[in-house]
Write a protein that binds this ligand. Structure first.
Ligand code: UD1
Ligand code: UDP
Length: 372
């Protein structure tokens, strides 16, 4: 059984690393092809998880558009599939790399397995372009690894046959549990000796560029000015549009640490250390219940309502006033007061093993799928 996995961004490495490890341990042959959609943040995560790619399409350009990324992958991936001749092409989530790779794979008549399948907001433009990326990847996929029961139901409602959908949990929990076992050394000395309460912030969604991201930054500025016991840590995404807004509005503010993207162990440690997280990240919404720190979700809609239902996430949108009001309420509680109890909706840390079980049992399914 031979797998070709194709990915290109930070969150894909985090969520596929445990699957690659489980597949290798169970004797599957795994070829890794990175698109290089993210150059720096990808390499940082590959180093964190000790993954050496077999192929690197190296497509990133400064301030690229998703269509440019897709075009370069469409052009360059076919020969890799032709050379490796995988039984399955394995992709994760909703990035342009995942969608483009699934489309190339279809043209090469290679079966596609989709990890973290079935997430939906039902709003075509939120998040943009991820909602369409994941729907289109789903249409091109032959087996679907749904992280939650709701994701499984979304796929069934769209007519995906039940025998092609597997409820696995989210592999981010597997990654998180493995990283929590590691000791952490902060590369930025400002993070090594943080005193007092920490507010951890991330923001990078394309639909928030411009006024919504400015509102988020103004909210952070107001919170730090009105809470003298708080330090803000904001690892700033490398997208130039994000960096310009964040540095314009927050650089030089008191008790505000703007850093480059952090290694996964550093970031996980900070999530645990933080009293509250403000984020528009998909992965952080899944990690909050796993790690036990509440997150205010800086978006109008979420494809991860399970995080909200668990009590660990609150959808606050991007208006300055709404963010400040909700954050104040959380910060006024004594640490630990009124925190949710209950199981983690995103899994038990064994998602990757379940995925590999399915792949190992899949040869008959694959032959049927691709009409060979
Ligand atoms: C992508 C994904 C998004 C995911 C996010 C994770 C799509 C459409 N979007 O969005 O789903 O949440 O990654 O972070 O696939 N850059 C660098 N170095 C890097 C990474 C980015 O310089 O390591 C800069 C480049 O100028 C690049 C720009 O950021 O052109 C945008 O990167 P891109 O991957 O296109 O978009 P993201 O917004 O990061
Ligand atoms: N993350 C990290 N370092 C950082 C910021 C985030 O390791 O400086 C991790 C975070 O724990 C999560 C993932 O990156 O697992 C989320 O990536 P991102 O927000 O870029 O993408 P999304 O999940 O929104 O697609």
């Amino acid at each position: 059984m031979r797998i070709l996995t194709v990915f290109g961004t930070r969150p894909e490495v985090i969520k596929l690393a445990p699957v690659i490890q489980a597949a290798n341990e169970r004797g599957l042959e795994v070829n890794v092809c990175v698109s290089g959609q993210h150059r720096d943040m990808l390499d940082q995560m590959l180093a964190d998880f000790g993954i050496t790619p077999d192929y690197d399409l190296d497509v990133m350009q400064e301030n690229q558009s998703p269509l440019e990324v897709a075009a370069r992958i469409l052009e360059q991936l076919a020969p890799v599939i032709a050379t490796t001749r995988p039984d399955w092409l394995l992709v994760q989530g909703d990035t342009t790399t995942a969608f483009a790779a699934a489309w190339v794979s279809f043209h090469q008549r290679t079966a596609v397995a989709h990890v973290e399948a079935g997430l939906r907001t039902q709003d075509k433009f939120r998040p943009f372009p991820e909602e369409m990326n994941r729907r289109l990847t789903g249409v091109l996929s032959d087996i679907h690894f749904a992280p939650t029961e709701r994701a499984r139901e979304n796929l069934l409602k769209e007519g995906v046959p039940a025998e092609r959908v597997f409820l696995t949990g989210n592999t981010v929990v597997d990654a998180l549990l493995s990283i929590l076992r590691r000791a952490v050394v902060f590369s930025d000395s400002r993070l090594a000796g943080l005193a007092g309460r920490v507010l951890l912030v991330t923001a990078h969604r394309r639909e928030s560029f411009g006024p919504p991201l400015q509102e988020i930054c103004r909210a952070v500025r107001e919170l730090v000015q009105t809470h003298p016991d708080i330090t803000v840590v904001f690892p700033v995404h490398l997208n130039p549009s994000v960096r310009k807004t964040v540095f314009d509005l927050l650089d030089g503010q008191p008790r505000t640490v703007l850093t480059d993207p952090l290694s996964y162990p550093e970031f996980v440690h900070l999530m645990k250390r933080a009293e509250l997280i403000l984020s528009d990240s998909g992965g952080v919404q899944e990690e909050a219940p796993s790690i036990g720190t509440p997150v205010l979700v800086l978006r109008e809609v979420t494809e991860r309502p399970e995080a909200v239902e668990s009590g660990w996430a609150q959808l606050v949108g991007t208006s300055r006033e709404a963010i400040v009001t909700s954050a104040r309420q959380w910060l006024a509680r004594r640490r630990g007061d009124g925190l949710p109890v209950g199981p983690n909706p995103f899994g038990d840390g064994r998602a990757s093993q379940r995925i590999v079980d399915v792949l190992l049992a899949s040869s008959r399914e694959r032959a049927w799928t691709i009409g060979r």
